[in-house]
Design a protein around this ligand. Structure first.
Ligand code: ADP
Ligand code: MG
Length: 261
């Protein structure tokens, strides 16, 4: 019984309560030419916390995700992951980046590799995991997201929802400390949205630290600890899902919610 409690979500609520920050974004500024796309972004995400990033199109949500992963550079401020500050380049950056899983709107699977190979490639190449061990772990992960029976197929033979679940398994295979999701369901046919969200809700329950860009309010209410509302590159509001959805304080958040709810 006790062991179950230790691996269950309870322990992670405990971690969150201890306020142990895993990702710390401190006064980050970024421009694209003249466009000031991230303005003094301050955001701290605790271990096991699930943060939803929401905001109008063009407000900088994708750029912020890409910046956390250092797919984008930034001019000032710092980003720390598990106590380590993101360097500009080199092996240390590659190591830190491997700790940050990212799932995009488009699934980006390798078209000419099987589902199993898509999941084992990173562990074998980057983590130097022996193939037999990588295969075993990949099968466990594919089973967890419900597509183990598709392991020998190629991405094009799977539905969008199945491909996105493979993309999640592929990220998890690297044992990331934090997972970023940038609108993971917005390219899916409506009937496939829930099968992907269910996997994400499960991950959140298991205590994964997650930053999720999504307009899926059901998911936000079910899984999020915090909703961060971004507009014009600024964090305008940050609150619990209940408070944010029922009592938005800023005019911009009220306006945004009136359009999407
Ligand atoms: P969101 O994900 O919230 O819709 P983005 O982060 O994609 O917003 O974009 C924020 C702003 O930065 C937008 O005005 C967008 O046009 C601009 N932008 C994004 N990527 C680039 C880029 N590579 N070069 C120039 N401008 C960009
Ligand atoms: Mg975006």
């Amino acid at each position: 019984m006790r062991a179950q409690v230790l691996v269950g979500p309870q322990v992670c609520r405990y971690c969150a309560a201890m306020s142990e920050p895993l990702v710390v974004i401190d006064k980050v500024n970024k421009h694209f030419g003249d466009l000031h796309v991230l303005k003094d972004i301050d955001l701290s995400i605790d271990k096991g916390e699930v943060v939803i990033l929401i905001g109008p199109s063009g407000s900088g949500k994708s750029t912020l995700c890409r910046t956390i992963n250092r797919l984008e550079t930034f001019e000032s401020g710092s980003i720390t992951i598990d106590g380590k500050t993101l360097p500009d380049e080199g092996k240390e950056l590659a190591d830190l980046r491997a700790d940050v899983g990212m799932v995009f709107q488009s699934f980006n699977l390798f078209a000419h590799k099987t589902i199993l190979e898509n999941v084992t490639l990173g562990p074998i190449k980057v983590r130097k995991t022996p193939k037999a061990e990588a295969d075993k772990r990949a099968l466990e992960l594919l089973d967890r997201v419900g597509v183990a029976h598709q392991k020998d197929k190629y991405p094009a033979q799977l539905s969008g929802g199945q491909q996105q679940r493979v993309a999640i398994a592929r990220s998890l295979a690297m044992n990331p400390k934090v997972m970023l999701f940038d609108e993971p369901t917005s390219a899916l046919d409506p009937e496939m949205v829930n099968e992907v969200l269910d996997v994400m809700v499960q991950l959140a329950k298991e205590g994964m630290t997650m930053i999720v860009v999504t307009h899926e309010m059901g998911f936000a209410r079910k899984a999020a600890d915090k909703v961060v509302f971004l507009a014009d590159g600024e964090i305008v509001e940050s609150n619990t899902p209940n408070e944010f959805f029922s009592n938005p304080t800023s005019a911009r958040a009220k306006d945004f919610l009136s359009k999407i709810l």
